[in-house]
Design a protein around this ligand. Structure first.
Ligand code: SF4
Length: 481
């Protein structure tokens, strides 16, 4: 499955189509309302939420502050446990690692648990090119893989599909399957199909929610048990995640887990919490015989080195910012055309893909602040959106690690217009002359003003400037007996 390259025009046209699709609007609205209510029920006391959030924020900030040391510690611990650790700077390097492991094991098939980083590197598509099928085992992802579609939400990837859509997909793509829109039956059909893949695949692939440096543990949070199957049945387990996921101590996991499950799905705990610490040991009856961890950079180092953007890497991928965003909940995740949609996507994608192709994303926000209010690890999302807007205009102070594509949103006519405005505004006589001319020539204002007039009346200067109105009022007052 190829993730389309983000493109500002496509974002606009896809968003326009999405807001005009009542069924899609209804599906997203219902799903988002459900998640928002569930989250609210888990945090009935705002003071308690703030207390827990402060703990989560401090763990993530401290982990990032010591990121290079923690990665070294993690690597050493994992090697002691018999896990091979690989660093990949780019998606191409990560895919080359997957290819080489698959080739060594002569694998033609892999089973994969939910992993946004594997979406980021387009793993399925890259493996298909070398004849290895990568089967999604998360039910939502499996549905999308059958449909040839992309995830629209980082926690609930198939949120834009109705049960009737899924019934049609199963009936059309799974041999000998009759149409049924009974949800339990659909789930059993999916499970039955996936079971054969779990049994046959020599390689299991997963992401990682957290990595613990002191114990060399890969933490996987899930509800379906497919992550556990991917890490315990195949002979080889490959975990892939971003370099920022590491924390120092195992006791940091409890507060982060609490924040993650409550913010993501409104659950006090998920059905499964997997702590994977090395491959199968002598005497153990299951687990992989070989384990690999791939740590992907893909622009994260750039965000890490710039203090203004480092907080982006605190993210624990709960999706709460998306569920509360008035833009995401109207246009849906597919409009964004990036792996990570919504507010988190708008702040992370410029680092992963460069600002040139993503400069529109930080502007796709009303800056209402809801995303920052619910973020369980205190990421100042609105502030980061503003800094990215500035970076796209090249008005941020210089940085030793500039963003790729910085300044690509700068337009000469716009810069000129603001320069002229500043000149006028700084000189009272010139400003008075300008407003006098603008009010007298208001009839010259064009009735078509680009995107503005698509849904609004044209902007026209007033009949008289404020200065003139005040002088008139003052004149009248003076003339009164
Ligand atoms: S930015 Fe915050 S709210 Fe959004 S996904 Fe990340 S942790 Fe969750």
């Amino acid at each position: 499955m190829i993730i389309e390259k983000p493109d500002p025009q496509a974002f606009k046209s896809r968003s326009r189509e999405a807001v005009q699709d009542p069924l899609l609007r209804r599906n997203i609205r219902e799903a988002m309302d459900f998640l928002v209510d569930r989250r609210a029920s888990q945090f009935p006391d705002q003071a308690e939420f703030e207390r827990l959030r402060a703990i989560g924020e401090s763990i993530r900030k401290d982990s990032l502050r010591r990121l290079p040391q923690l990665l070294e510690k993690l690597e050493a611990r994992l090697q002691e446990l018999g896990v091979s650790v690989h660093y990949a700077e780019t998606p191409a390097e990560a895919n080359a690692l997957f290819r080489s492991i698959a080739r060594r094991h002569q694998a033609r098939c892999m089973v994969k648990g939910k992993s946004m980083v594997s979406e980021e590197i387009e793993l399925n598509h890259e493996m298909e090119k070398v004849g290895v099928s990568c089967i999604e085992t998360d039910m939502g992802e499996y549905i999308l893989q059958l449909a040839g579609d992309r995830p629209s939400h980082i926690i609930m990837p198939a949120i834009h599909k109705t049960k009737e859509d899924i019934a049609k997909i199963f009936a059309g793509k799974i041999p000998d399957t009759a149409y049924t829109d009974d949800v339990d039956e659909l789930i059993s059909i999916g499970r039955r199909e996936l079971r054969t893949h779990f049994r046959d695949a020599p390689i299991g692939v997963t992401g990682a929610n957290f990595l613990v440096a002191e114990t060399g543990t890969i933490v996987l949070v899930e509800n379906e048990g497919n992550g556990r199957m991917c890490t315990s049945i195949p002979e080889v387990h490959i975990a892939i995640t971003g370099i920022e996921k590491v924390v120092d101590r195992l006791d940091s996991i409890a507060p982060l887990f609490k924040l993650l499950t409550r913010s993501a799905t409104g659950q006090a705990v998920t059905t499964y919490l997997n702590l994977v610490t090395g491959p199968r040991r002598p005497g153990e009856r299951d687990g992989p015989r070989e384990m690999h961890l791939i740590l992907l950079d893909n622009g994260r180092t750039q965000a890490y080195r710039d203090d203004r953007f480092r907080a982006t890497l605190q993210c624990i991928r709960c999706g709460a910012c998306m569920n509360h965003c008035p833009v995401y909940t109207r246009v849906g995740g597919l409009s964004y055309g990036t792996t990570y949609p919504g507010p988190i996507g708008s702040i992370i994608s410029p680092h992963l893909l460069g600002l040139e192709s993503t400069k529109h994303l930080p502007t796709a926000s009303s800056l209402c602040g809801a995303c920052g209010d619910v973020c369980p690890v205190g990421i100042p999302i609105p502030k980061l959106l503003l800094s990215l807007r500035q970076a796209s205009q090249n008005t941020l102070p210089p940085s030793s690690q500039p963003l790729i594509g910085q300044g690509s949103g700068r337009s000469i006519p716009e810069v000129l217009a603001w320069k002229i405005w500043r000149l006028l505004y700084a000189n009272p006589q010139l400003y008075a002359l300008f407003t006098w001319c603008a009010t007298r020539m208001r009839w010259l204002t064009p009735s078509y003003q680009g995107g503005w007039t698509r849904a609004r009346a044209p902007l026209r200067p007033a009949r008289r400037s404020l200065r003139e109105l005040i002088s008139q009022q003052e004149g009248k007052a003076m003339r009164k007996p």
